[in-house]
Write a new protein. Sequence first.
Lengths: 485, 487
Amino acid sequence: MTDLWRLNAREISEKVRKREVSAVEVMRAHLSRIEKLEPRIDAFLHVNEHALSRARSIDSAVSRGSVDLPLAGVPAAIKDVLHVANMPTTCASKILRNYVPPFTATCVARLERAGAIILGKTNMDEFAMGSSTENSGYKPTRNPWSAAHVPGGSSGGSAAAVAAQMAPIALGTDTGGSIRQPAAFCGVVGIKPTYGRVSRYGLVAFASSLDQAGPFARTVQDAAVVLAAISGRDDHDATSVERRFPDAHAETDGDARGLRVGVPWEFLKRGVDAGVMTSFREALDQLQACGALLRDVSLPHLAHAVATYYIVATAEASSNLARYDGVRYGRRAEGATDLDQMYGETRDRGFGAEVKRRIILGTFVLSSGYYDAYYLRAQKVRALIRRDFEAAFESCDVIATPTTPSPAFKIGEKTDDPLKMYLEDVFTVPANLAGLPGLSIPCGLSAGLPVGLQLMSRWFDESMLLRAGHAFERLTEHHLRRPPL
Amino acid sequence: MRDWKAIRARYEPVIGLEVHAQLKTATKIFCACPNRFGDEPNTHVCPVCLGLPGSLPVLSRQAVSLAMRAALATHCTIQTTSIFARKNYFYPDLPKGYQISQYERPLATEGYVEIPANEGFRRIRVQRIHIEEDAGKLLHEGFAWSNDKSGIDFNRTGVPLIEIVTAPDIRTSEEAHEYLAALRATLVYAEVSDGNMEEGSLRCDANVSVRRSGEAALGTRTEIKNLNSIRNVARAIEHEISRQVALIESGGDVVQETRLWNADRGETVSMRSKEEAHDYRYFPEPDLPPLLVDPEWIESARRSLPELPSDRRRRFIEHYGIPAYDAGVLTLSREVADYFEEAARASGNPKAASNWVMTDVLRKLKEDTRPLSACPVSPGRLTEMICLIDDGVISGKIAKDVFEKMWSTGAPAGMIVECEELTQVTDASAIEAVIAEIVGAHADQVAVYRNGKKAALGWFVGQVMRKTQGKANPRLVNELLRKALDG
């Protein structure tokens, strides 16, 4: 078989466990796929040179009778903000060029324990700040559907790798939409889990109260298997929790009958691309056709979500990124004659424009005299947004919106207008502010580019998302479309 | 120079202290690295305390338990919910670029520490106690490249600290001294901290202002840092009060600023002004959930507390009938108090036990610079000696020599008395013979005495004691001398 790269994760794992194919063959197929497509896509910052030897050890484990590996031999691409010990983590920033972490992120270690093999580290917006992967300190990644378009961001490399079939699954992180938005732009499935579901240990922090790692895959079921593998309480993360996550396969066997789908129409009135709206309406019709009940829900404070998000996220970022001072690791600017100069030049040369913009913004909103007007008020709005969702979920099981207001934009189109870029996040940031789980699933094309349907559910009710998502996949064929590569 | 004392007396100093105490935990506060002082630099470090990207803090329960003990020992109210916050500033010894501390919602509030005052005790209010992590330590000398580079030792990074903040209740440098001594004793008793200021496990900053006596409004304050002993805290405050008074008297204004104490030069120097002060941009630490302590946890912390110095002092005064001052000295350290109490109980003579411990045991320990744990005279041995005095076997004067010999040889008092034939002479006829001899030889002194100068009796006592090498029972000597001289 030469096109093993076409298989999805469940198929790979099953074949490897039944020894129909070897993990080495699967890995070789993906590595040559990467070799072939990477020059066009630029999804990776680092490819794991030990992937094949790890595949060999999976094969020998299987031959010794290890069958309890739900992701046996499945290649996985990891966003370069998650640590894999002895592999560089750069966060796509020059300030961390050649930085090699001494430990592996808990979610990555759990993925490996489930039998997955790390393919490499994927490109992203620097420190996960951006919506297009254009803010990478190294290179932009291209959308597999159109080389002129962005793959979304900040987990653009992971989304593009899965869409281009260079990897069946990938991990990304989502602080304001950074999994769901690129999943939508690249036509793949992406899940942002409930805050606390997945350990953040080994995830280089952007905004600690919003960051969550989650899966990319080409089917809901694959995403469910990955999510089940990486979930759970971790002693290294005090904000992680243990919540039952039933068997990943059983989760996705349901249908849409009786599913109450809430739609916040008031929130979708303006600024949504016509093609996106058409796909969204069709998706709702399809859900309804197979038994879902549509509800109009009100989320009045969502109007302030983007403003709130950019205060909370930048405040936390300004503090989280203070450690990159050139003292202990990373790149230190040479030639400074005093400490302040060393700090200043190291950070000036090491950080890109968007990162600096957010550090300055975050420093400002926390400053004495401004704290109450910005940070404190944002925290209050955040509580109101959470309350809006609580109320809305009394009358529905999932809330549906388009994942993004428009499909992928052109490379360079929004780089000069940060505000326009920030508005990309309008439908995704509410779930982060409230800590809710969110799923993006392909629901059509607009002018040849994928459109994403976002579903959000109650806290720790990822099962509901997976059930709804899987039901939607069974009705439609959007998830079977592949980019023309 | 005008009368400086009179000028100073017109001002009232207002002093508040901020004390940082390292907690005696097994591990650091947010990671599993050992909490140990004095090892090779950077041997107790991990991704968490080095603040490496992707690491997260996890709070040590033991640190919270010890902090709660400190809070209970200072009569504070423990808040069932407290919140960690980030204090943001750049410095090479702070690897994350922020210190995890508590800000708006500290662990404990509104307690007090008692200090001795004219009539009994006075309360210095404690406003708050919060938990935070220690920073690392910059090393500027002692290695090959110290001429052009500084090193950082991260062993101390993440060592748990509590900060104990007083209300501005302290009025003199002596009170500051008393407060620190009492607080240190409390923390050491409660086994919260080892209270060693020289090693930095206890550190103190002082906020000092002065105002004209009778004025209600507070003067502008300065904060003094780098105070590495209780004595230096008192010295620095004393100096700062004088500096501020002199400044105001000469028509100047005190500037709100942070000043550094220079112990060698005995003065404070400006470190940074209010304008240069950091804006720490505190905000709630998103990596740590709110710290919730339930009543059971507080109760178990309360149960684990030993009797505290202030309670023990009160009990010593009431139960053993010793003076307040003595009780204060004896209870400053738990070991000394234990030592005293053992001797007081066993001998049945608390007053004697107190005197011996205060004047002899503590003096000798200080001379030898050894800790009480290495004291050659155990409470049992001291008891034996006190009993020898009380039973009239030796005199108090001889006992001083016996004590010295016990100290140097470690031998029991009874053995020393026996070997050196120091037993008191209580045989009246033997003493009378000595008296007769002296009275016979000194008719002039007898005349002086008989002419009304009764104080001359002391001279005769001295003669008798010398003749008997101090072994004669002093009470008997007095009695028999009066009889002989008064006729």
